[in-house]
Design a protein. Structure first.
Lengths: 219, 223
């Protein structure tokens, strides 16, 4: 099983809706249908976006209202991106990941601005916008690639547990092994995933880009 | 993660397995308590990468609030539609695409509901409010939306779905209660759109045609 085949239901449903969206867009009278398909597409992801945002911003201790605001911002960004261009072959999950990252960064900046307006000495927000941090989209892509790079049963079991969301007992049944074997294989695979940092180049590139942007801002 | 019994790994796998069964704890602290503080960020980054890579889970139900949040986002990028939802713009575009003038549409609706002159005037006023986005979509009767869709050669269910967007709706708005099924106070004649003979004007009372129009535009989905 390749990592690309993981989470097929989500991708297939997204792909179907994206194809329907592209077709609706070609019709002169397809405006409403296009908006409703976009709504269905986005609504499928709201719960997952909310989960990601709650975890991604955990260090900021966001309120429910903060999370709602970020989720709404992400949905608007993605809707805007869809309105401009529909790529039925592209990964909708990746589009969402990119926009979660940007919305979180904007939220952090807004909070910093607000905090400085109230108390100019406040500096202790965790910096979620630091250039050395890989983006969520980078990390998600790299996770899939690294799982695909594992070999044999480790790769299958990791994809099933991490990407397909199967329970360890289900994986054990599929492979005719005990739960213990699944746990051992997962532990071994997690160590292998951790042994290399495939995002070092991304971090470096982001740091260079950020330094360039800072120097432009100063001049 | 140097040891299979490592707290980080155990907590991570516990979170993954809870995620897989739809029981992920709302509070990340539930898992992070067992993880050294220095690795909290690593933990949250890894778990969110996993969530992003796999997309929505099979057990993720699309709640009414989720749908409305998505619809509000789609409305927000429509010029001038953020407050009124997507129906007004859709009506204007469809009329244009079909080459149907507003008066012609109003005439057809007035004929379908057998309205007299006063009812037709009320219809014109309310339809103008509908197209200009000053009516609340969820309060529009479904039978009227189906009539409009039929006259514009569109799908009535699409119109009903589009009308869900609450005016000024957002994720922080309290969730609307589910609509009561067909419990219009006026009884079955009112729900079905009684013919003019049954809508004779009581002496000194409001025009029944005007009342019908008001119910259609503001009386709720089953009016």
């Amino acid at each position: 099983m390749s990592s690309d085949s993981a989470a097929p239901q989500a991708e297939n449903s997204d792909a179907t809706l994206l194809r329907q969206l592209a077709l609706a867009r070609k019709r002169e009278d397809g405006g409403l249908r296009e908006q409703l398909i976009m709504t269905r597409l986005l609504s499928r992801h709201v719960a997952n976006i909310r989960r990601i945002v709650a975890w991604r911003t955990y260090s900021l201790r966001p309120s429910h209202a903060d999370i709602d605001e970020i989720v709404s911002g992400v949905l608007i960004r993605v809707a805007d991106a869809l309105k401009k261009e529909v790529d039925a072959s592209g990964s909708f999950a990746a589009l969402i990941a990119v926009n979660i990252e940007w919305e979180v960064i904007d939220h952090v900046r807004r909070r910093k601005r607000l905090a400085h307006e109230v108390h100019s000495e406040i500096e202790d927000f965790p910096d979620l916008t630091a250039p050395e941090r890989p983006t969520l989209a980078d990390e998600a892509r790299e996770l899939r690639e690294r799982i695909a790079g594992l070999s044999g049963r480790d790769q299958q079991m990791m994809a099933e547990r991490m990407l397909l969301g199967l329970k360890p007992e289900e994986i054990a049944r599929r492979h005719g092994v005990t739960r213990q074997v699944v746990d051992t294989a997962t532990s071994r695979a997690l160590k292998k995933l951790e042994s290399s940092d495939g995002l070092a180049d991304v971090r470096r590139a982001r740091a260079v880009r950020s330094a360039g942007a800072d120097s432009e801002e100063q001049t | 993660m140097n040891d299979p019994g490592d707290a980080f790994e155990q907590a991570f796998l516990a979170a993954v397995d809870d995620l897989n069964t739809g029981r992920l704890h709302d509070d990340p602290g539930h898992y992070l308590r067992a993880v050294p503080a220095a690795r909290h960020e690593e933990f949250t980054r890894r778990l969110t990468a996993l969530m992003a890579a796999r997309g929505p889970a099979d057990h993720d139900e699309i709640t009414s609030a989720d749908y409305d949040a998505a619809l509000s986002a789609v409305a927000a990028i429509e010029p001038g539609a953020a407050a009124a939802g997507i129906l007004p713009g859709a009506l204007r575009r469809l009329r244009k695409a079909r080459g149907v003038e507003r008066d012609a549409l109003i005439d057809a609706l007035a004929a379908e509901y057998e309205l007299g002159p006063a009812g037709r005037d009320a219809l014109r006023r309310h339809y103008h409010q509908l197209e200009s986005g000053s009516l609340s979509g969820p309060n529009i009767a479904h039978r009227l939306l189906r009539s409009l869709a039929r006259l514009l050669d569109a799908d009535g269910e699409d119109f009903i779905e589009a009308a869900r967007a609450a005016v000024g709706g957002s994720m922080r708005s309290p969730q609307r209660p589910a609509p009561a099924m067909g419990r219009s106070a006026g009884g079955s004649d009112q729900r079905r759109g009684a013919p003019p003979a049954a809508r004779s004007r009581p002496a000194g009372g409001p025009d029944p045609d005007v009342e019908l129009v008001e119910r259609l535009f503001t009386g709720g989905p089953y009016a």
